[in-house]
Design a protein around this ligand. Sequence first.
Ligand code: PGA
Length: 242
Amino acid sequence: MQIIVCENYEEMSQKGAEIITAEVKSNSKAILGLATGNTPIGIYRYLVEAYHKGGLDFSEVQTYNLDEYLPIDPADENSYAAFMHDHLWDKVNLKPEHCNIPAGNVGMEGAAAECAAYDQRIQAAGGIDLQLLGIGRNGHIGFNEPGDALHTGTHAVKLTDSTIAANGPLFANPDDMPRHALTMGMGAIFAAKKVLLVANGKNKHEAVKGLLGDAITTACPASLLKLHQNLILLCDKEAYHG
Ligand code: PGA
Protein backbone atom coordinates (compact mmCIF):
# COMPACT_ATOMS: atom_id res chain seq x y z
CA MET A 1 0.00 0.00 0.00
CA GLN A 2 1.22 3.48 -0.82
CA ILE A 3 0.16 6.11 1.72
CA ILE A 4 0.12 9.79 0.84
CA VAL A 5 -0.75 12.18 3.68
CA CYS A 6 -1.55 15.73 2.58
CA GLU A 7 -1.73 18.98 4.55
CA ASN A 8 -5.36 19.59 3.69
CA TYR A 9 -8.30 18.84 1.40
CA GLU A 10 -7.05 21.01 -1.46
CA GLU A 11 -3.65 19.34 -1.59
CA MET A 12 -5.29 15.92 -1.39
CA SER A 13 -7.67 16.80 -4.22
CA GLN A 14 -4.88 18.14 -6.40
CA LYS A 15 -2.80 15.03 -5.83
CA GLY A 16 -5.78 12.77 -6.58
CA ALA A 17 -6.41 14.58 -9.85
CA GLU A 18 -2.71 14.22 -10.73
CA ILE A 19 -2.88 10.46 -10.21
CA ILE A 20 -5.99 10.14 -12.40
CA THR A 21 -4.48 12.48 -15.02
CA ALA A 22 -1.34 10.32 -15.17
CA GLU A 23 -3.52 7.23 -15.66
CA VAL A 24 -5.44 8.81 -18.55
CA LYS A 25 -2.27 10.17 -20.16
CA SER A 26 -0.62 6.75 -20.03
CA ASN A 27 -3.72 5.00 -21.39
CA SER A 28 -6.09 7.08 -23.51
CA LYS A 29 -8.66 4.25 -23.28
CA ALA A 30 -8.49 3.99 -19.50
CA ILE A 31 -11.46 2.44 -17.70
CA LEU A 32 -12.05 4.55 -14.60
CA GLY A 33 -14.16 3.47 -11.65
CA LEU A 34 -15.67 6.62 -10.13
CA ALA A 35 -17.23 7.58 -6.82
CA THR A 36 -19.71 10.15 -5.58
CA GLY A 37 -19.83 11.92 -2.20
CA ASN A 38 -18.21 15.04 -0.79
CA THR A 39 -14.67 13.70 -0.82
CA PRO A 40 -14.07 13.41 -4.60
CA ILE A 41 -15.63 16.78 -5.49
CA GLY A 42 -12.25 18.56 -5.31
CA ILE A 43 -10.61 15.89 -7.45
CA TYR A 44 -13.26 16.34 -10.14
CA ARG A 45 -12.79 20.13 -9.95
CA TYR A 46 -9.04 19.77 -10.59
CA LEU A 47 -9.67 17.27 -13.41
CA VAL A 48 -12.06 19.71 -15.10
CA GLU A 49 -9.43 22.45 -14.69
CA ALA A 50 -6.73 20.23 -16.22
CA TYR A 51 -9.07 19.43 -19.12
CA HIS A 52 -9.67 23.14 -19.80
CA LYS A 53 -5.97 23.94 -19.62
CA GLY A 54 -5.54 21.38 -22.41
CA GLY A 55 -3.66 18.14 -22.65
CA LEU A 56 -6.18 15.94 -20.84
CA ASP A 57 -8.38 14.02 -23.25
CA PHE A 58 -11.29 11.87 -22.05
CA SER A 59 -12.67 11.11 -25.50
CA GLU A 60 -11.77 7.42 -25.35
CA VAL A 61 -12.04 7.01 -21.57
CA GLN A 62 -14.89 4.97 -20.09
CA THR A 63 -16.22 5.46 -16.57
CA TYR A 64 -18.16 3.12 -14.29
CA ASN A 65 -19.65 4.52 -11.12
CA LEU A 66 -19.75 2.54 -7.92
CA ASP A 67 -23.33 2.97 -6.87
CA GLU A 68 -26.74 4.59 -7.20
CA TYR A 69 -29.77 4.94 -4.97
CA LEU A 70 -32.73 2.59 -5.48
CA PRO A 71 -35.30 3.66 -6.40
CA ILE A 72 -34.37 6.98 -7.95
CA ASP A 73 -34.88 8.62 -11.32
CA PRO A 74 -31.51 9.43 -12.95
CA ALA A 75 -32.90 12.93 -13.59
CA ASP A 76 -33.61 13.46 -9.88
CA GLU A 77 -31.23 16.13 -8.54
CA ASN A 78 -30.29 13.81 -5.66
CA SER A 79 -29.33 10.91 -7.90
CA TYR A 80 -25.70 9.99 -8.20
CA ALA A 81 -26.14 10.21 -11.98
CA ALA A 82 -27.04 13.91 -11.55
CA PHE A 83 -24.02 14.39 -9.27
CA MET A 84 -21.72 12.95 -11.93
CA HIS A 85 -23.26 15.09 -14.69
CA ASP A 86 -22.72 18.18 -12.53
CA HIS A 87 -19.19 17.47 -11.35
CA LEU A 88 -17.53 15.68 -14.25
CA TRP A 89 -19.43 14.01 -17.08
CA ASP A 90 -20.79 17.21 -18.64
CA LYS A 91 -17.66 19.24 -17.95
CA VAL A 92 -15.07 17.29 -19.91
CA ASN A 93 -15.11 15.53 -23.28
CA LEU A 94 -16.33 12.18 -21.98
CA LYS A 95 -18.75 10.60 -24.45
CA PRO A 96 -22.20 10.14 -22.86
CA GLU A 97 -22.24 6.50 -23.98
CA HIS A 98 -18.96 5.97 -22.09
CA CYS A 99 -20.39 7.13 -18.73
CA ASN A 100 -21.89 4.24 -16.81
CA ILE A 101 -23.78 4.03 -13.54
CA PRO A 102 -26.22 1.42 -12.24
CA ALA A 103 -29.76 2.44 -13.17
CA GLY A 104 -31.71 3.36 -10.06
CA ASN A 105 -35.05 3.50 -11.84
CA VAL A 106 -35.41 -0.24 -12.38
CA GLY A 107 -37.37 -0.87 -9.18
CA MET A 108 -36.68 -3.70 -6.74
CA GLU A 109 -38.01 -6.22 -9.26
CA GLY A 110 -35.54 -5.15 -11.94
CA ALA A 111 -32.54 -4.82 -9.63
CA ALA A 112 -31.05 -8.30 -10.10
CA ALA A 113 -31.08 -8.04 -13.91
CA GLU A 114 -29.61 -4.52 -13.80
CA CYS A 115 -26.81 -5.66 -11.47
CA ALA A 116 -25.91 -8.64 -13.66
CA ALA A 117 -25.92 -6.45 -16.78
CA TYR A 118 -23.70 -3.87 -15.06
CA ASP A 119 -21.10 -6.49 -14.10
CA GLN A 120 -21.15 -7.84 -17.64
CA ARG A 121 -20.52 -4.37 -19.08
CA ILE A 122 -17.53 -3.87 -16.78
CA GLN A 123 -16.12 -7.26 -17.74
CA ALA A 124 -16.72 -6.68 -21.44
CA ALA A 125 -14.85 -3.37 -21.14
CA GLY A 126 -11.86 -5.32 -19.77
CA GLY A 127 -12.25 -4.44 -16.08
CA ILE A 128 -11.35 -1.28 -14.24
CA ASP A 129 -7.88 0.24 -14.56
CA LEU A 130 -8.19 2.73 -11.72
CA GLN A 131 -10.94 2.73 -9.10
CA LEU A 132 -11.50 5.92 -7.14
CA LEU A 133 -13.08 5.24 -3.75
CA GLY A 134 -14.31 7.27 -0.82
CA ILE A 135 -14.77 5.64 2.56
CA GLY A 136 -17.79 5.83 4.83
CA ARG A 137 -17.44 6.72 8.51
CA ASN A 138 -18.43 3.12 9.16
CA GLY A 139 -15.77 1.80 6.78
CA HIS A 140 -18.10 1.15 3.85
CA ILE A 141 -16.80 1.36 0.30
CA GLY A 142 -19.39 2.04 -2.36
CA PHE A 143 -22.44 0.81 -0.48
CA ASN A 144 -20.71 -2.34 0.69
CA GLU A 145 -21.83 -1.85 4.27
CA PRO A 146 -20.47 -3.54 7.41
CA GLY A 147 -22.23 -6.85 8.04
CA ASP A 148 -21.83 -10.60 8.33
CA ALA A 149 -20.93 -11.02 4.68
CA LEU A 150 -19.80 -8.98 1.73
CA HIS A 151 -20.75 -9.62 -1.88
CA THR A 152 -18.72 -10.13 -5.02
CA GLY A 153 -20.98 -8.76 -7.71
CA THR A 154 -23.09 -5.64 -8.12
CA HIS A 155 -26.10 -6.04 -5.85
CA ALA A 156 -28.98 -4.26 -4.13
CA VAL A 157 -28.44 -3.26 -0.49
CA LYS A 158 -30.55 -1.86 2.30
CA LEU A 159 -28.75 1.25 3.54
CA THR A 160 -27.59 1.34 7.14
CA ASP A 161 -28.85 3.88 9.67
CA SER A 162 -25.39 5.47 9.70
CA THR A 163 -25.45 6.03 5.93
CA ILE A 164 -29.02 7.34 6.08
CA ALA A 165 -27.97 9.76 8.84
CA ALA A 166 -24.94 10.90 6.80
CA ASN A 167 -26.72 11.36 3.45
CA GLY A 168 -30.32 12.16 4.47
CA PRO A 169 -29.61 15.87 5.08
CA LEU A 170 -28.61 16.22 1.41
CA PHE A 171 -32.26 15.66 0.47
CA ALA A 172 -34.71 18.58 0.71
CA ASN A 173 -36.81 16.22 2.81
CA PRO A 174 -34.53 13.63 4.46
CA ASP A 175 -37.47 11.19 4.56
CA ASP A 176 -37.38 11.14 0.75
CA MET A 177 -33.95 9.54 0.74
CA PRO A 178 -34.23 6.08 -0.81
CA ARG A 179 -33.55 3.31 1.69
CA HIS A 180 -31.86 1.02 -0.82
CA ALA A 181 -29.05 1.30 -3.32
CA LEU A 182 -27.31 -0.65 -6.05
CA THR A 183 -23.61 -1.01 -5.52
CA MET A 184 -20.66 -2.60 -7.22
CA GLY A 185 -19.50 -5.51 -5.11
CA MET A 186 -16.07 -6.26 -3.74
CA GLY A 187 -15.25 -8.33 -6.85
CA ALA A 188 -15.06 -5.51 -9.39
CA ILE A 189 -13.38 -3.24 -6.83
CA PHE A 190 -10.74 -5.86 -6.08
CA ALA A 191 -10.26 -6.67 -9.75
CA ALA A 192 -9.34 -3.02 -10.43
CA LYS A 193 -5.68 -2.79 -11.39
CA LYS A 194 -5.22 0.22 -9.12
CA VAL A 195 -7.37 1.51 -6.25
CA LEU A 196 -7.17 5.14 -5.11
CA LEU A 197 -8.96 5.60 -1.78
CA VAL A 198 -9.44 9.18 -0.62
CA ALA A 199 -10.39 10.33 2.88
CA ASN A 200 -10.31 13.68 4.61
CA GLY A 201 -11.37 15.06 7.95
CA LYS A 202 -11.35 13.81 11.52
CA ASN A 203 -14.64 11.97 11.08
CA LYS A 204 -12.90 9.55 8.71
CA HIS A 205 -10.09 8.73 11.14
CA GLU A 206 -11.76 5.64 12.64
CA ALA A 207 -12.48 4.26 9.17
CA VAL A 208 -8.88 4.94 8.06
CA LYS A 209 -7.67 3.16 11.21
CA GLY A 210 -9.85 0.21 10.22
CA LEU A 211 -8.19 0.19 6.81
CA LEU A 212 -4.67 0.45 8.22
CA GLY A 213 -5.06 -1.84 11.24
CA ASP A 214 -4.12 -5.50 11.25
CA ALA A 215 -7.67 -6.90 11.17
CA ILE A 216 -9.45 -7.90 7.97
CA THR A 217 -13.13 -7.91 8.78
CA THR A 218 -16.50 -7.50 7.12
CA ALA A 219 -17.28 -5.17 10.05
CA CYS A 220 -15.06 -2.68 8.17
CA PRO A 221 -15.32 -3.44 4.44
CA ALA A 222 -12.40 -1.08 3.69
CA SER A 223 -10.14 -3.29 5.85
CA LEU A 224 -10.16 -5.90 3.05
CA LEU A 225 -8.45 -3.43 0.76
CA LYS A 226 -5.12 -3.91 2.46
CA LEU A 227 -4.96 -7.20 0.54
CA HIS A 228 -5.09 -5.30 -2.77
CA GLN A 229 -1.81 -5.35 -4.68
CA ASN A 230 -1.93 -1.74 -5.82
CA LEU A 231 -3.73 0.45 -3.29
CA ILE A 232 -3.03 4.13 -2.78
CA LEU A 233 -4.44 5.69 0.38
CA LEU A 234 -4.60 9.43 -0.23
CA CYS A 235 -5.75 11.37 2.80
CA ASP A 236 -5.30 14.56 4.77
CA LYS A 237 -3.59 14.86 8.15
CA GLU A 238 -6.86 14.84 10.07
CA ALA A 239 -8.10 11.59 8.58
CA TYR A 240 -4.66 10.02 9.08
CA HIS A 241 -3.78 11.24 12.57
CA GLY A 242 -7.25 11.93 14.00
P1 PGA B 1 -18.28 11.27 1.53
O1 PGA B 1 -18.79 9.78 1.37
O2 PGA B 1 -17.22 11.45 0.50
O3 PGA B 1 -19.48 12.12 1.30
O4 PGA B 1 -17.74 11.39 2.93
C1 PGA B 1 -17.86 8.76 1.23
C2 PGA B 1 -18.55 7.43 1.27
O5 PGA B 1 -19.57 7.31 1.99
O6 PGA B 1 -18.08 6.50 0.62
